[in-house]
Write a protein that binds this ligand. Structure first.
Ligand code: PLP
Length: 437
């Protein structure tokens, strides 16, 4: 098995993130305050989020936004991440396609989520915030935020969906190692939690209950802000460091991708690898295809509707113009926990509506088959989420074989699956099923 890896030197790591809204002719529609139906303001957003993230959230004019030195320094702990040419997978598929992946699984917490957690924790610290809260399902975002908070010397409190807290103890342990206070949600520590438990004492928790509790804690606690790991514009902005690095690394490889693929939960890793390349489509210089791979059990891009909807189950967030299955949609309990989200970020939604990107849905079993083929050829066990991007990549590579065309495909490996081995166990013992919407 051959592999070729490309790295950047420290000085080549990007100095700025790319804000694609500056280059979009059709800007995303405004997010609305649900009470007034008026566009939300920075002041309103900064009641919950740090001020800088609130400004970034609504910034549709500055093309480049400086990465603070303090954040960039932390990025150098694990960046640049490798760009890898996967000769092994190409051989296994017997395809003329050249396949590359950007390996975000090498971050200290094993996924791309740290790219935004570091930025969000840093801005909180700089603004004098002492505590951050968030919710987490399977725990990838919670783990990233806990580590980022520790690095910048602030306290973190994470509400984890109760059933995940009990069934997936290892990410909870990771958060606790980094010093986070982890509470299973619903809990008796907030009014929202108490109300839920009074009505249903055996409630297993959901992202909705965890968000309600994290938001309430942030609102009730002085010096405390709330953070999010996906969906919001500022999160995807921070993730563009992935695509900006990949652009330079593809240049080192002497190729330019014809197709770029990412798995899709709320859109941050897909947008992160895509937007820097998409800017050349927007300027008319390239016609790269961009494919978002979502689970067929939660297909907001391929089967959802474009409309105003809440970003969370409880209805605390602004109304977002996006592709959505409805904020009360309950996705099946697939192993790719990071993809179980009802909506899509507003930038990606507008780009899909305008035909700049494509989406496909992937069944759970097919995703694990793809992940295992990748693991056998590359030696990396992919996160169940990332398996969806691999499945889409394999589809395109096999199409190249059928049509006898050489294309260059780049996908994002958003995380590794070493803490998700129970999912692989279930697949290997034939106990996994597909859930169709
Ligand atoms: C959270 C997560 C995702 C999905 O989130 P996006 O915002 O869509 O990127 C994908 N892969 C991994 C490993 C994750 O942890």
């Amino acid at each position: 098995m051959r592999q070729k890896r490309f790295f950047l030197t420290e000085s080549e790591i990007p100095q700025q993130w790319y804000n694609i809204r500056a280059d979009m002719k059709n800007k995303p529609m405004a997010m609305l305050n649900p009470a007034t139906r008026q566009p939300v303001t920075v002041e309103e957003l900064s009641a919950l989020f740090s001020e800088e993230c609130s400004r970034q959230e609504l910034n549709s004019t500055d093309r480049w936004i400086d990465i603070p030195d303090e954040v960039r320094e932390k990025y150098t702990y694990y960046r640049s991440t490798p760009l890898v040419r996967t000769y092994g997978l190409e051989e296994a598929l017997d395809t003329p396609a050249h396949i590359y992946f950007k390996n975000e699984s090498v971050s200290p917490v094993g996924s791309h989520k740290l790219n935004s957690a570091l930025a969000q924790a840093y801005y909180c610290k700089r603004e004098g915030v002492t505590n951050v809260t968030t919710e987490t399902g399977a725990g990838q975002w919670g783990a990233a935020l806990s580590y980022a908070a520790k690095i910048f010397g602030i306290e973190s409190a994470v509400y984890q969906v109760k059933i995940s807290y009990e069934q997936k103890p290892y990410r909870r342990s990771i958060m606790q190692v980094f010093g986070a206070q982890v509470t299973p949600s619903p809990s008796m520590s907030t009014r929202a939690g108490k109300d839920i438990l009074t009505k249903s004492p055996n409630h297993q928790g959901s992202l909705g209950t965890a968000i309600s509790e994290a938001v309430e804690l942030a609102q009730m606690t002085p010096g405390c802000k709330y953070t999010l790991g996906s969906v919001m514009n500022h999160v995807t902005l921070h993730q563009t460091v992935i695509g900006l690095e990949a652009e330079k690394q593809m240049e080192m490889a002497g190729e330019y991708p014809d197709i770029i693929i990412g798995c899709f939960g709320g859109g941050s890793n897909f947008g992160g690898i895509s937007f820097p390349f998409l800017r050349h489509n927007l300027s008319g210089d390239r016609d790269t295809r961009f494919i978002a791979a979502e689970p067929s059990s939660c297909p907001k891009l391929t089967k959802g509707r474009f409309e105003y909807d809440f970003g969370d189950e409880a209805g605390y967030t602004p109304l977002l113009p996006m592709y959505t299955l409805g904020h009360d949609f309950r996705p099946a309990n697939i192993h790719a926990g990071g993809l179980r989200y009802h909506g899509a970020g507003v930038i990606v939604s507008q780009l899909l509506k305008d035909g700049f990107i494509e989406a496909i849905d992937v069944d759970q079993i097919e995703s694990f088959e793809a992940g295992i083929l990748f693991a056998k050829s590359e030696g990396i066990i992919p996160a169940p989420e990332s398996c969806h991007a691999i499945a889409a990549t394999i589809k395109e590579a096999l199409r190249c074989k059928e049509e006898g065309i050489q294309k260059t495909i780049l996908f994002n490996l958003s995380g590794h699956g070493l803490i998700d081995m129970t999912a692989y166990d279930q697949f290997l013992s034939g106990n996994l099923v597909n859930y169709r919407y």
